[in-house]
Design a binder for this molecule. Structure first.
Ligand code: CO
Length: 507
């Protein structure tokens, strides 16, 4: 900290308070990581009590009136003068979070937490039983509560703005909608062209036998090569892969293995390692303070998608790694050329399930959810009519029809868990990833030549400096402009998809 920061008693008291809250937050993260990875089944009831209790302590600390008083004193301080400086961002972000928290009535917060908890339990049942009607009343309740939340927080143009702001601070619904609409208009015809092409990638080779020990070895080698630091991180196995951190030098990523599917664990590991490289790249001296925290979910996802798709599905990446993969999986890949393998891992085909979708169609799955949740929040669609609206959009954008709601509107837990406004961050991540990759390629020289030699360090260091070190000093849109020199648009992603897919499908 600077002398100015150290000499302001309000600022140091505020930062000390937030760092101490960080001890509780990272402890909660450890409890949750353990719950997903190692915890014995019968321990779950007590664990829920532990997590709820810690969450209560965290909430109490965040609405502590002293936080309001410290912030009040700091508003006109020279420390707040530049909102993008470390101290300025700290004051700005903490003020925003504090005001948001105290605006929300405690009863609404509790009702939402309960509705989301019940919603998740009912969703498991509804999905298993293919019973949308069973879930519908709870879903209606959750969306009503989210509307109340939006009203309580306030918004610039539409209620959805308030919900989007939770995950993508500084982003406006109208701007995001404009970008995703432009993306949809170009993506739908490209996907239709691919669907109509006579070429079919040899995807079957990815379903041969891939022994798990070898998959583990390749995942570890590749994630380490791109820059995930195992001295400050771990890779474990879970049913739903994720990345979490529980300290400035403690990042945990997870994956799952399927002996008869190559892509799942390898690309999943690269994805989570991308998230992990971001967490490990944050400035540790600011741990738990805004300058040491990730910028937004969209920027977080850009880091995972960049390594998973822009790097991991690139020909130059495999020019380096394919000989190793062939050595590890001689039986499965011995007779497969690099070109065939490359086309297989980049295969595009409309499918029903978002989490299994390819790089191109994935964004259409997101756009559908984004359009539907906006329509509900803005009062244009009733939750009871979701299945029909869902099916109509899948037919229109992807040309496919789910055989039932379990493979349709019931496939994601998000809405049942109260996560509304979250989906667009996945596509924002893809859009930012393409623009950031292009900027890196322009500034660092030919990345492909580096990748062919197995050298990923320059790109990782560049991301550390340009993206990770910024923390929350800039919003996502500001960071995007600073790093890439241009406003966010659909163009870089479309360009990247066309450059790759048009030759593969001979369009
Ligand atoms: Co992700």
């Amino acid at each position: 900290m600077s002398d100015l920061e150290l000499n302001d008693p309000n600022y140091s008291a505020l930062c000390e308070h937030v760092r101490e809250t960080g001890y509780l937050e990272s402890t909660a993260a450890l409890l949750e990581w353990d719950q997903q990875t190692k915890m014995p089944a019968l321990a779950s009831d007590y664990r829920s009590e532990q997590i709820t209790h810690v969450a209560g302590l965290i909430h109490q600390r965040k609405i502590d009136p002293r936080v309001g008083e410290w912030l009040e004193h700091l508003t006109d301080s020279p420390l707040a003068a530049d909102p993008t400086s470390d101290s300025g961002a700290t004051i700005r972000i903490l003020k925003r979070e504090y005001e948001k928290r105290i605006k929300l009535p405690a009863t609404l917060v509790m009702e939402l937490a309960r509705a989301a908890s019940v919603g998740q339990t009912q969703w498991v049942e509804a999905r298993r039983e293919n019973d949308f009607k069973g879930l519908a009343p709870q879903l209606k309740k959750i969306f009503e509560l989210k509307k109340s939340e939006a009203e309580a927080i306030g918004y610039a143009e539409v209620p959805y703005d308030a919900l989007l702001d939770e995950y993508e601070p500084g982003a406006r619904t109208s701007e995001v909608a404009g970008i995703l609409e432009a993306l949809r208009q170009e993506l739908v015809p490209l996907v239709a062209q691919i669907k109509g092409s006579s070429y079919r990638a040899p995807v079957d080779i990815l379903n041969r036998n891939f022994p798990i020990d070898q998959q583990r070895l390749l995942g570890r080698t590749a994630s380490e090569a791109i820059g995930f630091d195992y001295r400050k991180g771990r890779l474990d196995v879970t049913h739903h892969p994720f990345c979490t951190e529980m300290g400035p030098k403690d990042c945990r990523i997870t994956t799952r293995y399927d002996e008869t599917f190559f892509s799942g664990s390898l690309f999943g590991t690269l994805h989570e390692a991308g998230h992990g490289i971001y967490e490990q790249g944050l400035r540790s001296e600011y741990y738990s303070l805004p300058p040491g925290k990730y910028c937004s979910l969209g920027i977080h996802e850009s880091q995972s998608r960049l390594w998973e798709n822009l790097v991991g599905r690139r020909l130059s990446f495999w020019q380096y790694f394919y000989p190793q993969a062939q050595g590890l999986f001689q039986e499965a890949l011995g007779d497969v050329s690099l070109g065939e393998f490359y086309r297989a891992i980049n295969h595009v085909e409309p499918s029903l399930i978002r989490v299994e979708a390819d790089e191109a169609t994935y964004n259409l799955h997101i756009i559908i959810r984004f359009e539907l949740e906006q329509a509900i929040i803005n009062g244009e669609l009733d939750t009871d009519d979701l299945p029909d609206a869902w099916n109509e959009k899948y037919m229109r954008y992807l040309g496919i029809q789910a055989p039932d709601d379990a493979n349709g509107v019931l496939q994601d837990v998000h809405w049942s868990a109260g996560l509304v406004g979250y989906f667009p961050t996945y596509s924002l991540g893809n859009l930012y990833a393409s623009q950031i990759f292009d900027a890196a390629n322009a500034q660092l020289g030919d990345l492909d030549t580096m990748f062919q030699a197995g050298d990923f360090v320059p790109l990782k260091n560049w991301l550390n400096e340009k993206v990770h070190h910024v923390g929350q000093c800039l919003s996502g849109p500001q960071l995007g402009v600073q790093v890439t020199g241009i406003e966010l648009s659909h163009e870089a992603l479309m360009c990247h998809l066309r450059e790759k897919l048009i030759p593969i499908y001979g369009l």
